[in-house]
Design a protein around this ligand. Structure first.
Ligand code: ZN
Length: 123
């Protein structure tokens, strides 16, 4: 019963962003399921060694077992673990996309920012 396409979301743990992200990814990339990998303030913390290792291992499972072909990396407004401006979040997201792309997991990597209306904006 593993029919249906999967994508992978690497996001903050914040409960306000999970549904908007999953909905946006399903609508824009024609997938049925979104695997959720979460870490507080992940846009900032993705480059920390211990966190990088853990995220990479989790993303590998999503890609190998669920055949995900897309990783959506995000940051969001009002992040408790990374309380910076919208502009700074966008810079973190761009760097994070480069970091995740360098893992060479065989999936496309895109970055998005979840704004103060909980809308998802490609970065
Ligand atoms: Zn957050």
């Amino acid at each position: 019963m593993s029919e249906g396409k999967f994508a992978t979301s690497i996001s903050c743990i914040d409960g306000r962003i999970q549904l908007p992200l999953a909905k946006w990814i399903k609508e824009n990339y024609s997938v049925e399921y979104v695997d959720a990998i979460t870490e507080p303030g992940v846009d900032k913390n993705v480059t920390r060694d211990s966190i990088t290792t853990s995220l990479k291992a989790k993303a590998t499972i999503s890609i190998r077992v669920h055949k995900s072909e897309l990783i959506v990396f995000s940051g969001h407004y009002n992040c408790a673990a990374n309380p910076v401006s919208d502009k700074e979040h966008i810079e973190f997201i761009k760097k994070g996309v480069e970091e995740i792309s360098s893992w060479n997991l065989g999936a496309k990597v895109i970055g998005v920012y979840v704004d103060d209306s909980w809308n998802v904006n490609p970065v």
